[in-house]
Design a protein around this ligand. Structure first.
Ligand code: F6R
Length: 353
């Protein structure tokens, strides 16, 4: 039931702080991580992780892979399930598979799971639907605890996937890392709540920057480039505005030709190592007349930035930076008078290949 909400999507965006708290209650308290079975041992024993997913879940995988590599020290690849299924790359000697899927029924991902089961490899599914096919057929499964996601555009499942990947990577990392993830995620839950409480700012930004837009660009570097992909997908699917998200450094290698007077460009800046470079890329677009909207973490912010987020562990930043982009997409769709929850041509669960 969507209660007083006009659309499920807005309700589900609003629930994202609670989703993080549910994950903390179940998997990570002050005393440590509670993930049972042999899951952590199997991941530790692997020489390479393969994250398999589609759509928004694939984008959550791109964020998670960085944590498995940088915190846990395990080489990690992220693959689109429909590609992996028919062009399996050469695997390492001891691979372990992680399937990310809100529905647990995505046919492309099921195809990969079937293939790797036949090859005798072990896997973990992170899904929002217990007892779903990918839940049942993987070696291990953990629930995302996001609660039913009804809107076709996925929001809270993305946040749940990134947060649960963080908890698992942190558990595997052990002494390799010395920050307190419980504290960080608790603060992020508070920060997400503050963003959703400040919807009006993003409603206005959607009107100002996307009101009459035919196209839009999202740019960032490192994990911000992965969030850019997700931000663009969200805008495309519910507002039908053609959008591209990509690594900011690629702009000058082609896409810059599309920037003209008034083209909306959204820059996500949360990575200290590359913030200056993204600023440079932003100047390249504003010099061609783009309307640029910057989403920046506090310590990297400048006076004329548009949306300032609190500082956060840089690999956890997708949990914050994605939220304003979800709201931008939501309001762009709403302001066009579209059915936000049921975009044309799309189904919530894609059970065909
Ligand atoms: C986008 C969206 C889709 C799904 C994709 C995978 O908002 O919802 O891109 O993320 O179809 O679905 P799951 O996660 O159920 O495997």
């Amino acid at each position: 039931d969507k209660g007083t909400y006009p659309f499920y999507m807005l309700k589900e965006i609003d629930e994202q702080a609670i989703v993080i708290r549910h994950l903390l209650d179940r998997y990570l308290d002050e005393n440590g991580v509670h993930i049972g079975g042999a899951i952590l041992d199997e991941i530790k024993a692997a020489d390479r992780l393969y994250i398999i997913a589609a759509g928004t879940s694939y984008h959550a995988g791109l964020a998670g892979a960085r944590m498995f590599e940088q915190w846990a020290g395990i080489p990690t690849e992220v693959h689109i399930s429909s590609e992996f299924a028919y062009e399996q790359p050469l695997l390492s000697a001891k691979p372990f598979f992680i399937f990310l899927t809100q529905s647990g029924e995505t046919a492309d991902s099921r195809e990969v799971l079937q293939n790797i089961n036949e090859q005798g490899y072990h896997s973990l599914t992170l899904t929002n639907v217990e007892k779903s096919t990918l839940w049942r057929e993987a070696t291990y499964a953990l629930p995302l605890l996001a609660g039913p996601e009804i809107a076709v555009a996925s929001t809270k499942a993305y946040v749940a996937q990134v947060a649960l990947e963080a908890i698992i990577a942190y558990a595997v990392a052990g002494d390799r890392v010395d920050f307190n993830l419980h504290k960080d995620l608790s603060e992020i839950a508070v920060d997400i709540q503050a963003i959703v409480d400040d919807k009006a700012t993003l409603e206005k930004a959607a009107a100002d920057f996307l009101g009459d837009a035919k196209n839009a660009f999202y740019i960032g570097r490192g994990v911000d480039s992965s969030v850019s992909l997700e931000a663009a997908l969200k805008l495309k699917e519910i507002s039908y505005v053609q959008a591209e998200g990509f690594a900011a450094g690629e702009l000058k290698h082609g896409t810059l030709a599309l920037i003209e007077e008034g083209t909306p460009v959204f820059a996500i800046i949360s990575q200290s190592k590359t913030a200056g470079l993204v600023r440079g890329n932003v100047s390249e677009t504003t010099a061609r007349g783009s309307k640029t909207y910057t989403i920046v973490t506090k310590s990297l912010a400048k006076a004329d930035d548009d949306y300032i987020l609190p500082d956060v562990n840089e690999l956890l930043s997708p949990l914050l930076t994605v939220v304003p982009t979800q709201l931008l997409a939501y309001y762009a769709s709403l302001q066009r008078g579209l059915n936000v929850d049921r975009p044309r041509n799309l189904a919530k669960s894609v059970t065909v290949q």
